[in-house]
Design a protein around this ligand. Structure first.
Ligand SMILES: [Zn+2]
Length: 63
C-alpha cells in the first residue's frame, strides 16, 4: 500500500513564537525595566502583553 501520512508535524517546542525576550508577568518585566533605566537613563520603556505568545514584552517608544 502506498499510503503516506500527509500530516507532517512541524513542532518546535523550544522555539518561541516571538524573538523578543519574554517575561512571565508584568512584575517580572517591570523588574527588567527598572534595571535598564538604571543603566540607560532617558529611555522610555513600556511593558505590554503580547497577543501572540501570551507573555510580556518590553518596548521602547521612540518619538
Ligand atoms: Zn510575543
Amino acid at each position: 500500500m502506498g499510503y503516506k501520512l500527509s500530516k507532517i508535524k512541524k513542532i518546535h517546542p523550544l522555539e518561541p513564537p516571538c524573538k523578543k525576550p519574554m517575561y512571565n508577568s508584568a512584575e517580572e518585566a517591570q523588574d527588567v525595566i527598572s534595571y535598564i533605566r538604571e543603566n540607560r537613563d532617558g529611555q522610555a520603556i513600556h511593558v505590554y502583553k503580547c497577543e501572540v505568545c501570551g507573555f510580556w514584552h518590553l518596548t521602547s517608544k521612540s518619538k
